[in-house]
Design a protein around this ligand. Structure first.
Ligand code: SAH
Ligand code: SF4
Ligand code: F3S
Length: 472
């Protein structure tokens, strides 16, 4: 009798949510080949690093991780065992050849747009005796989405769904247009199908993903073109899908239709990640962002009028080449005026091949560090103030993960805050009402106040219930 032993697959994911989505989809592609995911590289038959190239530190991690993996593989091979190493994602796309040259134990490098071809690559790699790994970093004309399996390994109440990929905006600091390729929107029908399947498998919240997700313009079933607002309205009709989010948006693609959609759809959560990067018009121009700080402020005003209490988030870069104290002061002023519930801030990191890396007037490291510390102090105080403003309120929380403490579950409020509660595990996947009790800059704690736990399922069916009516 032949027993089929599952092959062990370990994937380590770096970078943005799109990589998190891609990792799930890679497992979907490899499942029919008999691979099952495990949570450690020890003893795995295949290890894939799904990498990020956005800043120097992110890229460096890949080579240090490969240093550990190559030793692991050498030991395994000495014991007569096989272990495939794959490098996927944005570093593979940008530096695939360099990786193969430097680490001969790497069997495959492949980019974000070619992982649907993994079955062929694996077969090829297993029979490869050339002593050099194989590489597939094309930007193929076919879309990977047309080749990914219908069945997905995604499990859990909250899911990512990529609807748009790539970027044509070419901000002067950014590698994404080079690593992900040109902007592409998926056809509406395949997005709706994937969303329905996720919901049928228990997903209650979907976050639509794209490098410029609000630039989405996908072909609709009737041959017309739908923008993001229209797509969201259609998704909101799916029974059981109580919560919708999307990220990341670009200010230039934030149109009135999309803003109106926020006012109309109760299931569209009142949180918006809208990166500005800098508050200085001079720097914004050098970054090729193609908008001013004032334009951004006007969009924020419109959004806040449409959705009172909307929580806002942004990305910031400090120390872009040529940034003066005055430019930085403009950023601090903008942050003070807008006030953010969350944010991500970084020191500018010169990326090879991007225009800004070639500008002579690079800002010294100590200046960057000082500015980042000042900015983060201001932002952190704003995050805390926002979170403290919810203490005493009741918010709806989708419980989606275990907390660190015993009997603790964690989830997100409508405003994207992390909330932890003491609750039995059977509430996992439910939307419950939580009375918020404590706040720190990054998370909240509270008590589930949904009257009767047994009824939570019934309440969850009406996800726009009490929690959503609470506005801050
Ligand atoms: N598409 C999104 C951002 C994608 S990259 C947008 O347009 O806003 C995520 C964030 O990484 C960026 O918003 C930016 O703040 C940061 N980032 C990108 N390149 C960087 C670099 N070279 N140095 C430092 N931060 C960078
Ligand atoms: Fe990068 Fe700019 Fe494109 Fe965002 S819009 S992915 S920052 S080039
Ligand atoms: Fe990183 Fe690529 Fe995402 S560079 S941020 S993994 S698009």
């Amino acid at each position: 009798m032949v027993t089929l032993v599952a092959k062990k697959l370990y994937i380590k994911t770096y970078g943005c949510q799109m990589n998190v989505y891609d990792t799930v989809r890679m497992t979907d592609v490899l499942t029919p080949l008999g691979y099952k995911t495990v949570d450690s590289p020890e003893g795995a038959d295949m290890v894939i690093l799904n990498t990020c190239h956005i800043r120097e530190k992110a890229s460096e991690k890949v080579f240090s991780e490969l240093g550990l993996l190559r030793r692991m593989k050498d030991k395994r091979e000495a014991a007569g065992e096989r272990m495939l190493i794959g490098v996927a994602g944005c570093v593979a796309q940008a530096e695939g050849e360099e990786i193969l040259r430097r680490v001969k134990q790497v069997d495959m490098v492949f980019g974000p747009q070619t992982y649907h071809r993994l079955p062929e690559m694996v077969t090829q790699a297993l029979g490869n005796t050339s002593g050099r790994g194989i590489s597939d970093t094309d930007f193929p004309v076919e879309s990977k989405f047309d080749f990914l399996p219908e069945e997905s390994n995604h499990q859990g109440p909250a899911a990512f769904l990529s609807v748009q990929e790539g970027c044509d905006k070419f901000c002067t600091f950014c590698v994404v247009p080079y690593t992900r390729g040109a902007e592409f929107s998926r056809p509406v029908a395949s997005i709706l199908e994937e969303a329905r399947r996720l919901v049928a498998n228990g997903t209650r919240e979907i976050t639509l993903l794209g490098q410029n997700v609000n630039g989405f313009h996908g072909e609709a079933p009737d041959g017309s073109n739908w923008k993001l607002g229209r797509l969201l309205r259609e998704l909101a009709e799916i029974d059981g899908l109580g919560r919708l989010r999307y990220t990341t948006s670009h200010p230039n693609d934030m149109d009135d239709e999309l803003i109106a959609t926020h006012a109309d759809l109760a299931s569209l959560m009142p949180y918006m990640h809208l990166p500005i990067q800098s508050g200085s018009d001079r720097i914004l121009e050098m970054m090729n962002r193609k908008h001013t700080a004032d334009k951004y402020r006007k969009i924020i005003d419109k959004l806040r009028t449409a959705v009172p209490g909307l929580s806002l988030s942004s990305d910031f870069i400090v120390g872009f080449p040529g940034e003066t104290d005055q430019d930085f002061a403009d950023t601090l002023r903008l942050v003070t005026d807008v006030s953010y519930a969350q944010s991500y801030s970084f020191k500018y990191s010169p990326r090879p091949g991007t225009p800004a890396a070639g500008i002579e007037a690079q800002v010294p490291e100590d200046v960057k560090s000082r500015r980042l510390a000042m900015l983060q102090e201001l932002l952190s105080a704003q995050h805390l103030a926002f979170n403290q403003g919810t203490v005493g309120k009741t918010l709806s929380v989708l419980l989606e993960r275990k907390g660190r403490a015993e009997n603790q579950l964690g989830g997100r409020s409508p405003y994207m805050q992390s909330v932890f509660v003491k609750a039995p595990e059977r509430l996992m996947g439910q939307v419950v009402d939580v009375k918020i009790e404590t706040a720190n800059p990054n998370s909240l704690t509270g008590t589930v106040v949904t009257g009767d736990y047994e009824n939570v399922g019934a309440q969850a069916a009406n996800l726009t219930g009490t929690g959503m009516e609470v506005r801050i």
